[in-house]
Design a protein around this ligand. Structure first.
Ligand code: FAD
Ligand code: SF4
Length: 518
């Protein structure tokens, strides 16, 4: 590895992973000449799944920025670039080599968020002679096992139950007597509006980065990726200071409307009023508590309505922490669940966006261009179609893990396999998140100008979502019919004349035969 021929001795090496770029971690509260902080770009991490080019670039660029910051603060840093001649391209290979170079006796790392890395590092630590220690990443509001302890032996682990506990525990959006602000815990019902075109989508507040040189290096090294890195500038915050500016801009310009249009779909407004903070949060540039406290302060100052702020807070202290708790209490077996027995491969247009279905064309093209899609695009457009069409959940998981800028397995896997595909048999979702075209038409303008007609159920122009929807419930009747939340749906299905059911079945069968050409 490129470095001074014999670097000055250091007693301890501290590994900083690419998603642990938190300058306020207690590791950095003082400098110590006997401690070297190690950051490394390795093929192990570029290649464990096929990634979007922007994801690789943004993480490497942020890591490089973090290393510069640490050096400027007086810390010793060893940064191993991807093209470093001595790079052994695996984390433990590099750690072992560096420990020998520095004569280090101890290695420390922060708790990784992914099961894969956690297991790898622990196994390596146990098998080599150096002292090693794992410290908290000081990022989350819960520990790995807290959700399981809270839920105990309850049959259904409801997110709402966990969320109320978190509101109380962190004293968020509470009145002085501890009651929920506004008299209710959840304003979800207010947060389901179609966007009428006003207020306008705020201008994109994110920084713009040039990444040409870095991309050239990544390409020279032969890293495989997808998505066009040159299509758009890299618009993700690469350090805490940029992330704080983004948080500020979100609070002032988008938060007031976040709730109303949280579930909306708009062809010309791909970002709507979403925060675009997931990358900064997941790389730990921002702490979740500071983000939600800023949102709460905006409400207390009368600058954002309670429903918007509550909806935003719920995503972060509720869903985000809950997903992590599910992940750590169910891994490693969780990743292989396929409760509904779905095995169809992803249609080719998942890699091009080239489909006649306008909703999917818009959501996938945007994802391929920008490495981001908002929650309803991920859940009710792409995920909805995947579940109705019976796509293999593991293949879909790899796609989501690769394409989104914020995708790390601890949060992506429970969202994809659990919430979206119900492959976990209902651990997360109390009912499948599926809909026919009516929902998509109601939530926005995606159906306007589509080759398919959202009102037709059968025939050449019928929207594929319609027949696939009824067919999904019919095919999975044994697994789903006893779910009380689906009783109404199954009553409707049973009332349908057999001729209509047969027509829907035939239509769905044909559609599933030719997913590539839809
Ligand atoms: P906003 O809409 O502004 O929400 C604010 C914040 O809340 C987000 O930044 C995020 O930190 C948090 N949040 C919102 N919903 C969720 C959720 N369901 N789970 C966890 N956190 C949530 N989020 C990821 O961070 N990484 C992923 O890999 C990921 N994969 C997903 C896959 C599927 C199939 C689905 C349905 C959702 C996934 N999400 C994932 C959740 C959510 O879609 C993204 O967090 C969100 O779209 C990021 O954009 P934003 O920052 O503008 O979010
Ligand atoms: Fe999507 Fe169907 Fe609407 Fe077309 S008609 S945009 S396929 S929901």
């Amino acid at each position: 590895m490129n470095a001074p021929a014999t670097p000055a001795h250091a007693h301890t090496l501290r590994l900083v992973l690419g998603d642990q770029l938190n300058p306020r971690h207690s590791w950095f509260s003082q400098t110590d000449a006997q401690v070297v902080h190690v950051l490394m770009e390795v093929r192990q991490e570029t290649d464990y799944v096929l990634h979007h080019a922007q994801k690789i670039l943004a993480i490497f660029a942020a890591m490089r920025d973090f290393a510069r910051h640490l050096r400027a603060e007086g810390h010793r840093v060893r940064y191993v670039t991807l093209d470093d001649v001595g790079n052994r391209q695996s984390i433990e290979g590099n750690l072992a080599g560096l420990a020998a170079q520095y004569g280090a006796r101890r290695i420390e790392w922060q708790q990784p968020d992914e099961w894969r890395l956690d297991a790898q590092l622990r196994a390596w630590g146990a098998a080599q002679p150096l002292e090693w220690a794992v410290v908290d990443s000081e990022h989350f509001l819960t520990r790995r096992g807290d959700l399981a302890s809270l839920m105990g032996r309850r049959k259904q682990w409801l997110m709402e139950h966990f969320y109320r506990h978190m509101r109380r525990r962190w004293k968020l959006l509470l009145d002085a007597d501890g009651a929920p602000a506004g008299g209710q815990w959840n304003f979800d019902r207010d947060n389901r509006k179609r966007w009428p075109g006003t207020p306008p989508e705020p201008a994109d507040w994110r920084p713009r980065h040039d990444h040409g040189d870095l991309w050239d290096m990544v390409r020279r090294e032969g890293v495989r990726s997808f998505g066009d890195p040159q299509a758009v500038a890299l618009r993700w915050p690469l350090n805490r200071s940029e992330a704080l500016d983004c948080l500020d801009a979100f609070i002032h310009t988008a938060l007031p409307h976040f709730g109303d249009y949280e579930d909306a779909l708009a062809a010309e407004a791909p970002r709507l009023f979403h925060s675009l903070l997931s990358f900064a949060l997941n790389l730990k540039m921002l702490h979740p508590l500071e983000v939600v406290r800023r949102a709460e302060a905006a409400w207390r100052a009368g600058r954002a309505p309670l429903a918007a702020v509550e909806g935003f807070v719920r995503q972060i202290i509720g869903w985000r922490e809950y997903m992590r708790g599910i992940y750590w209490s169910h891994m490693p077996g969780y990743a292989s669940h396929n409760a509904l027995g779905h095995h169809a491969p992803l249609p080719r247009w998942f890699w091009t966006g080239d489909t006649h279905m306008r909703c999917l064309r818009l959501a996938i093209t945007q994802s391929l261009r920008t490495a981001h899609a908002h929650h309803i695009q991920r859940l009710m457009v792409i995920g909805n179609f995947a579940l109705l069409a019976g796509l293999e959940p593991q293949a879909l998981h790899r796609w989501y893990l690769g394409i989104y800028i914020d995708a790390f397995e601890w949060v992506e896997l429970p969202n994809t396999l659990g919430m979206s595909q119900r492959a976990d048999g209902g651990v997360i979702a109390t009912k499948p998140y599926v809909s026919s075209a009516a929902y998509l038409q109601r939530m926005g303008d995606y159906c306007q100008g589509c080759t398919y007609d959202p009102r037709q159920k059968t025939g050449a122009r019928a929207c594929p979502f319609n027949a696939l929807y009824w067919d999904f419930f019919e095919r999975h009747e044994p697994a789903l019919a006893s779910n009380p939340r689906l009783a109404l749906m199954y009553r409707q299905l049973r009332k349908m004349p057999e001729s209509q059911r047969e027509a829907l079945r035939a239509q769905a069968g044909q559609l599933r035969e030719r997913l590539d050409t839809l």
